[in-house]
Design a protein around this ligand. Structure first.
Ligand code: G6P
Length: 374
């Protein structure tokens, strides 16, 4: 039943709309709400014997490819904040190319939907040889990465068929936020923050349901962009990953060139591209980076940029005060969960662009769901 398209035309479309349910399954049995006496906590069974070792590690290294790498990047800030441990990011093939340093005191976290990606597996063998504690985050029970890591967490998002990863991405982020909560759970000073995040997680499927209502709006936007050559996506902080992942979705399925850009780097090159023709999505939802993104919007407006701004509900007037732009309003959630909300309109945009441009949604040319060769 799970691999049936049901009422949908494509698996990608089905998997996008399934996210309220897949997120619920990912969290099932793992969040303990607690009563007035008992604190809210996270239970990740696959890690419980290793949490002490992880907390003592000198560094946490996230390793993955494609969408899985982006999900890890989205979770990095909260892991750093709640654990106090430095977190570094490695694209699996690049770690292997460089034979980058991995130490016994490291915790290496391997993120992979399929659990079979050759580059990630090579990096895993390498990290094991170097003595790191290896943690797997996969969607496939019994996969090579699940078997070869010392411990791990299944994301339980259900089978994902569309080559472009959608529901696995949001479930991976949720698992990594739960990982951050679990690692940080012995710190009293962040107890309130952790409880707020747990409340936010429990509410998240409802918020995703709400953001999915933007489907028609994103179809209209796709219609408007159908003949464009290129689309830039600017994000920063928690939503740098959203910029990369949104651009990856657009390019892999709709075959339109798209680039995710760290907004802080705008003045170091990308600004040269800005004119009245090139469409630019700016992610400016409410978080610690909001005022910086407002100033990015002003700078882009000053150069007559053609902007599509994603902002929190109620902020449309303030983000368009410096010039006209199209606005996508999304519900506001806890900072570290906002990437789960913000990617949804971009998944919908990529989907509709692909259908309107007449390309294969579920099997984009030249790509494979799982790349098992180097
Ligand atoms: C391929 C797929 C991507 C995926 C990447 C990593 O390139 O087309 O959608 O993100 O592999 O796959 P993994 O299964 O390791 O998450």
């Amino acid at each position: 039943e799970q691999i049936n398209k049901g009422k949908y035309d494509h698996y990608m479309q089905k998997e996008i709309h399934e996210q309220p349910d897949s997120l619920t399954t990912t969290m099932r049995g793992r969040l303990i709400r607690g009563d007035s006496r008992k604190m809210k906590t996270v239970l990740l069974g696959g890690l419980k014997d290793h949490l002490k070792t992880i907390r003592r590690s000198r560094r946490i290294v996230f390793i993955g490819c494609g969408t899985s790498y982006n999900a890890a990047l989205a979770s990095r800030p909260i892991l750093e904040e709640l654990s106090g441990i430095p977190v570094s990011m490695e694209i699996a093939s690049d770690l292997w190319d460089r034979q980058g340093p991995i130490y016994r005191e490291d915790t290496a976290v391997f993120v992979s939907q399929s659990g079979e990606t050759a580059d990630t597996l090579l990096a895993l063998d390498y990290a094991r040889e170097n003595g790191a504690l290896c943690v797997g985050i996969t969607n496939t029970v019994g996969s090579s990465i699940a078997r070869k890591t010392h411990c791990g967490v299944h994301i339980n998002a259900g089978a994902e068929i569309g080559v472009a990863s959608t529901k696995a991405y949001t479930s991976q982020i949720v698992v990594m936020v739960m990982l951050a909560l679990a690692i940080g759970s012995d710190t009293i000073s962040s107890q309130k923050k952790r409880e707020d995040i747990i409340d936010g997680l429990l509410d998240l499927p409802y918020k995703v349901k709400e953001v999915l209502k933007l489907d028609d709006e994103m179809k209209d936007l796709a219609q408007l962009l159908i003949d464009e050559q290129s689309l830039l996506v600017f994000g920063r902080g928690y939503n740098y990953a959203t910029a990369l992942e949104g651009a990856l979705k657009v390019k892999e399925v709709s075959l339109m060139h798209s680039e995710g850009i760290l907004a802080g780097e705008m003045k170091h090159g990308p600004l040269a591209l800005v004119d009245e023709n090139l469409p630019i999505v700016v992610i400016a939802t409410r978080d610690a980076c909001f005022s910086k993104q407002q100033s990015v919007i002003q700078q882009l407006h000053a150069r007559k940029g053609r902007l599509i701004v994603m902002c929190s509900k109620g902020d449309a007037a303030s983000v368009s005060s410096s010039g006209s732009c199209r606005v996508i309003e999304v519900p506001q959630v806890e900072d570290c969960l906002q990437p789960v909300i913000n990617i949804v309109p971009l998944q919908l945009l990529a989907y509709h662009l692909t259908v309107l441009r007449g390309h294969n949604v579920d099997q984009p040319r030249n790509l494979a769901k799982s790349v098992t060769t180097q």
